[in-house]
Design a protein around this ligand. Structure first.
Ligand code: NAP
Ligand code: NAG
Ligand code: NAG
Ligand code: NAG
Ligand code: NAG
Length: 321
């Protein structure tokens, strides 16, 4: 009985300690930058998640914000709430399904036609625990949603971003990028059997692409950053089942921040002045951190870029470089 009590006490102390640690190490974006006259696109900006809080912050700063979502009804609800809270009416919903390159191309074409500028692109949408299925384009579903489609989207919007410089591309990656087995570029079009490796790989690709993009963008006024938002209780773990779901939920509960807190590094990378010199670098807790060891190989970044061009079928006309 005593032992049980002591165990419970120790466990409670650990949980409390982690909670306090999370709160103490939390850093928020302090930038007061005003975004009036600027246009931002946030993918996956539905209600209640990291992307929504990012879009809400941009709206508060006066930006025109385009919520790039696949579920119209959820996105309309997000738009309604943002307008209600900020009284900024320049909030728009545009459909994008990252599981389809055709949808990505249609979205980019529409933006290219209707917008005369684009200052911030946040590639935030992402998923985990999807079944091993191929998309209509023949790519592994999770890789396409988390990486290939953002690669394509970024390339298609780059001329508009360049024209509007100084502009930014922010890629939401994850600490998960540092886990998983070794990434083999020749194998990125195949399913990985190890649990959750596809997610880790897709998130490592986000980091590697940011590195290569920054290189390609040298000498322009477009900068790019990748980041880990922290552990945030969102809908992202809903695709896991059974013990895995329980495990992930425990981890998230222990370290969890609110979505608003989880959006801070997105916002920091999008608006903070003076970080342009860190283009291509990786961020966590609103500061630049060392790149994951896995992401330090420049050849890997370069080869991944080439392979990605091929796998998304980027045409010479679409290629901004
Ligand atoms: N939460 C964490 O602890 C954590 C940790 C590290 C990194 N991250 C990263 O943070 C980002 C945001 O994640 P979150 O936690 O906010 O996840 P979330 O609650 O699951 O939100 C993901 C967003 O992506 C959208 N999305 C998913 N599949 C899509 C598709 N095929 N086409 C268009 N949109 C699609 C979702 O739209 P629907 O509503 O239509 O599904 C949703 O708006 C992700 O890139 C994730 O990898 C999160
Ligand atoms: C969109 O979200 C709503 C509300 O969560 C859900 O009822 C609906 O099935 C979703 N639609 C699609 C096409 O996924
Ligand atoms: C991230 O950045 C690279 C270049 O910076 C871009 O091509 C890629 O599509 C972006 N998105 C993701 C999710 O990697
Ligand atoms: C965007 O529009 C310009 C002309 O306004 C055109 O030259 C360019 O090819 C278009 N790009 C895309 C990706 O649609
Ligand atoms: C990351 O690096 C570690 C240590 O070098 C390695 O064991 C692991 O396979 C790598 N993971 C990926 C995804 O490359």
């Amino acid at each position: 009985m005593d032992l049980l009590l002591i165990s419970v006490f120790i466990l409670a102390a650990i949980v409390a300690g982690l909670k306090i640690y999370t709160k103490l190490t939390l850093r928020t974006c302090k930038s007061q930058v005003c975004l009036v006259g600027k246009t931002a696109i946030v993918t996956g900006a539905n209600c209640g998640i990291i992307g929504y809080e990012t879009a809400l912050d941009f709206a508060k700063r006066g930006a025109k914000v385009i919520l790039a979502c696949r579920n119209i009804s959820k996105a309309q609800e997000a738009r309604r709430k943002i307008i209600e809270e900020t009284h900024n009416h320049k909030i728009f919903v545009r459909v994008i399904d990252l599981a389809s390159f055709e949808s990505v191309r249609a979205f980019a074409e529409e933006i290219n036609k209707t917008e005369d500028r684009l200052d911030i692109l946040v590639n935030n949408a992402g998923a985990v625990g999807l079944e091993h299925k191929r998309t209509v384009d023949g790519r592994p579903l999770l890789m396409q949603v988390n990486y290939f489609s953002s690669f394509l989207l970024t390339n298609l919007l780059l001329n508009l971003l360049k024209k509007s410089g100084p502009s930014r591309i922010v890629n939401v990656s994850s600490l998960g990028a540092s886990m998983g087995s070794k990434l083999d570029v020749n194998n990125i079009d195949n399913f990985v059997p190890r649990f959750n490796d596809d997610y880790y790989h897709s998130k490592l690709c986000n980091v590697l692409f940011t590195i290569e993009l920054a290189k390609k963008l040298q000498g322009t006024s477009v900068t790019t950053y990748s980041l880990h938002p922290g552990f945030v209780e969102t809908e992202i773990f809903h695709n896991f089942h059974g013990i895995m779901k329980v495990l992930f939920m425990i981890i998230v509960k222990l370290f969890s921040m609110t979505c608003e807190e989880g959006a801070q590094t997105n916002i920091y990378c999008s608006v903070t002045q003076g970080i342009e010199k860190y283009s291509g670098e990786h961020f966590d807790h609103c500061r630049k951190v060392d790149r994951y060891k896995n992401a330090t190989d420049p050849d890997l970044a370069k080869n991944l870029w080439k392979k990605s061009e091929e796998l998304v079928g980027l045409t010479p006309e679409e290629n901004p470089f």
